[in-house]
Design a protein around this ligand. Structure first.
Ligand code: NAD
Length: 272
C-alpha cells in the first residue's frame, strides 16, 4: 500500500455488509493509514455486520439516521472528539428508494415514499455538509465524496425515482461544494459508479440485465466495488487537491459509448 491517507481522519457512511461500496472504502482507507468513524442508520446496525468491520479497522461505530439533524450533529461532534481533531474526508454512501422497494412503477409513485426516499438518498447529503460546514469540522484541503449513478443524466427506466434523487444529489455537490471550497478549502465531488452487486444495487428491477449490458458496453468492463474504493481513496488523498464540483465517471468507459462490437453482434444475430 502507499500510505496515501497516513494521519487522515474521516467518517464513512453506509457500510451495511461486505458487499457495500462503503465497506471496501473503509478497508482500503485503513490499509492506507487513515483512522475513521463508521456510521449507518440505527436499523442497519441491528444486523451487527458493521461491528466486524469496526474490529478489523480499529474504528468506532456511531449510529446516525442521515435524515436526522440531531443524529448528524451528535455523529460529527463525537467523531471529532474520538479521532482527536477535525476531519479530512467524509464518504456519503447512502441510497434507498421506498418506491423501488415496494415495486411501485415510476409513473405511479407513492409520493410519501418519494419524499422519504429523497430525504434519505439526496437531501441527507445536504444535511451532512450543513453540519460539517456549520461546525467547521473539516480541515483545509479535506475531501467529501458521495456516490451516484448515471441515471441522473440518462434514462434507465427501472432505476425509478432514484434517478431523480441522484440528479439532485449531484447538484448539491456542486452548489454546496462552491461554499465549502470558497470558505474552507474543502472539495466536494460525486463518483458515478458502474452497476455493482450490493444490497442497494440488486434492489433495482432487472439488475442482472443492467449489469451484463453495462459490462458488454464498457471497453474496460464494469468497475467493481473494490475499484470504486480505490478511486475514492485517490479523491481523499492529497493527490487530487484541486478536483472539486465534479461528477466523476467511474464506469469502465460506459458513459461515453454509443455501441460496442459485442452488443452489435448480439443484435445482428437476432435480426438474421
Ligand atoms: N450498487 C450499485 O449498482 C450502485 C451504482 C452506483 C451508485 N451506487 C450508490 O452507492 C451508494 C452505496 O450503495 P451500495 O451499492 O454500496 O449499497 P448498500 O445497500 O450496501 O448501501 C446503502 C447504504 O445506505 C444506508 N442507509 C439507508 N438509509 C439510511 C439512513 N436513513 N441513514 C443512514 N444510512 C442509510 C444503508 O443502511 C446502506 O448501508 C448509494 O448511494 C448507491 O446509490 C450504487
Amino acid at each position: 500500500m502507499y500510505n496515501l491517507l497516513k494521519g487522515k481522519k474521516g467518517i464513512i457512511f453506509g457500510a451495511l455488509d461486505e458487499n457495500s461500496i462503503a465497506w471496501k472504502v473503509a478497508e482500503r482507507a485503513h490499509e492506507e493509514g487513515a483512522t475513521f468513524v463508521l456510521t449507518n442508520a440505527p436499523i442497519a446496525m441491528r444486523m451487527g455486520e458493521i461491528n466486524k468491520l469496526a474490529k478489523n479497522t480499529g474504528s468506532e461505530v456511531i449510529p446516525a439516521d442521515a435524515t436526522s439533524m440531531d443524529d448528524l450533529e451528535n455523529l460529527v461532534s463525537k467523531s471529532v472528539e474520538i479521532l482527536g481533531g477535525k476531519l479530512d474526508f467524509v464518504l456519503h454512501s447512502i441510497g434507498m428508494s421506498i418506491n423501488v422497494r415496494k415495486g411501485n412503477h415510476y409513473t405511479n409513485s407513492n409520493y410519501e415514499f418519494t419524499h422519504k426516499g429523497f430525504d434519505i438518498s439526496a437531501l441527507s447529503f445536504h444535511r451532512v455538509m450543513n453540519v460539517l460546514y456549520k461546525n467547521k469540522a473539516m480541515n483545509e484541503w479535506g475531501s467529501i465524496v458521495a456516490l451516484t449513478y448515471m441515471a441522473a443524466q440518462r434514462v434507465f427506466p427501472d432505476y425509478n425515482d432514484m434517478a431523480d434523487n441522484k440528479a439532485y444529489l449531484e447538484s448539491i455537490a456542486r452548489s454546496f461544494g462552491y461554499f465549502f471550497g470558497r470558505d474552507h478549502k474543502v472539495r466536494v465531488n460525486t463518483i458515478s459508479q458502474s452497476p455493482t452487486l450490493t444490497t442497494a444495487g440488486s434492489g433495482v428491477k432487472g439488475f442482472g440485465g443492467f449489469l451484463n449490458y453495462a459490462e458488454k458496453m464498457s471497453p474496460l468492463g464494469n468497475a467493481s466495488a473494490l475499484e470504486c474504493a480505490d478511486y475514492t481513496i485517490t479523491l481523499f488523498s492529497d493527490l487530487t487537491k484541486k478536483v472539486t464540483l465534479q461528477n466523476l465517471m467511474h464506469d469502465g468507459g460506459f458513459s461515453n459509448m454509443g455501441i460496442s462490437d459485442v452488443i452489435m453482434e448480439d443484435f445482428s444475430q437476432s435480426l438474421e
